[in-house]
Design a protein around this ligand. Sequence first.
Ligand code: AMP
Length: 590
Amino acid sequence: MKFSLVAGTLKIMESTTKRLELTSHLVDLFKKTPSEIIANVVYLLQGKLRPDHEGVELGVAEKIAIRAISKSAGVPVKKIEHEYHEGGDLGQAASKVLEEKTQTTFLTQTITVERVYDTLYKIAELKGARSQDMKMKYISSLLNDASPSEAGFILKIITGSLRLGIADYTIMDALAIAFTGSKENREALEKAYNVSSDLGKVAAAVAKDGINAIKNFKVSVFSPVRPMLAERVKSAEEAREKMGSEFAAEYKLDGERVQLHILGEKIVLYSRSLENITNYYPDIVEKISKSLNAKQLILEAEAVAVNEDTGEFLAFQELMHRRRKYGIHKAVSQYPITVNFFDVMYVDGKSCLDLAYKERRKLLENIIREDSFAKLMPMTIVKTNNEVEDVLENAINTGCEGLMLKQLDLPYRAGARGSNWLKLKREYRNELGDSLDLVVIGAFFGRGRRTGRYGALLLATYDDQTDTFPSICKVGTGFTDENLDQFYQILSDKITLKKNPRINSGLEADVWFEPELVIEILASEITLSPIHKTAIDVIRKGSGLALRFPKFTGRIRFEKTPENATTDQEIISLYNGQKRVVQDERQNYI
Ligand code: AMP
């Protein structure tokens, strides 16, 4: 098939944004495309060579593309760079300089879709030191035989600027019309796409065997399922209006969504955007099989950074240290995680997508053998607003972002955002700009690398009305090895056999101290807490205030007496003070 058919369609499509017109141009193109190559045409239209999860990258540096144009057009690199900077698009720059050349020469070849695709695929496969030169030669050979406008589109595909041009749903509309005669069938195509994440495969099936081939599309291992998404709600009340009288409240952990595909020994991990992220999690690949009671699985989990010594969840940013090409093994030991499973999509040959949530959860509970690495996402079935709020409070206090609320009787809707799943975060966050000076009242024995020392300290504020020390947080972060030794020594003089009566704590420490030592702490915010006793009953009945993500700054305030520590009143006014609307913390990353 002539590549000019594809390039011609792209050219007319560039001149309109109307969806109906875009669709009808694509319908014309698809009808002229042989079914054997329609998958590749669809990928090229999407500006890629294979579905994203296969990770086939062209990997052509701009510099190389410019050299290829220069070679084919016989003009200096500088001139192409100039055109590129003027217009901002390398494809256009290529068309322009090649246009000038074709006025003086004749084209000898008709370039085909097959040749363009195969050459680009070869380019993607080239690796190693000398590959850039080879890439340049391949591109230049295509440009030699392409018309200026074809060359422009080839360059756009190579440099990734064609991506995002044509929406997936427009391609699906056009496929439905071209091969089933009706746009109504688009829903079936979308379903097939949602379970395979491969629009080329969907196109090939419908082009060859019509709508029935599409209806037979099955979930399969190593074809990622497009994830189900959640709608945001502002309150427990709003959630209940949408969900009815009984639903599941799961913790919403602040990590990375991971779709695990497992077939015997082979494990592949996909991100929320279905990129292959296996390389960032060698620990999951190594350890997870022993926690699973089946051999063929597709599971969903949230990977979360944790403090290994205390078991506390850490902020999402900590996990992002693993996003690196080199030194991943060091990052794995520096930023340990737990894997918190919340859904199952496929077990031993069978799709679970059509099962109700409560049945999938039951299956999941049978599949996962929990240990210190693999966990089930904490879940409570809730009926009243109060119950939702209590679970939310607990979730926030263990370091979660909020809750995911899920309908008990509904299936997994791949690729869809709907009211089957709701996310409930708090509307406001009480941010702490300043550090606090807190009294060490107790400690917990360390595990792992902290064995033989304290893993975490229990801290309190000072309540000057009652002359007591109410607890406010447990802190295990921010300590160097030296700090840990130092604390072990200093605190050994302050151990008491019984808890000092001036201590008011919601947690049972392993060791209690005379409330004497004051240390400096930073935290991300102050939250309501069902556990800690600072400002108990003041903001809400039955709740105190606690610190989220507390961290030792490295300063011991030897100069302060415990009565000089931050008071509960100061915490209350900080809590009531600056409020900031909670924003999505991940937007900068994913
Ligand atoms: P958001 O990114 O705010 O739209 O929230 C959805 C994300 O929350 C998902 O993509 C997951 O990464 C994450 N998440 C955390 N806990 C859960 C859970 N229990 N169920 C589903 N998703 C969860």
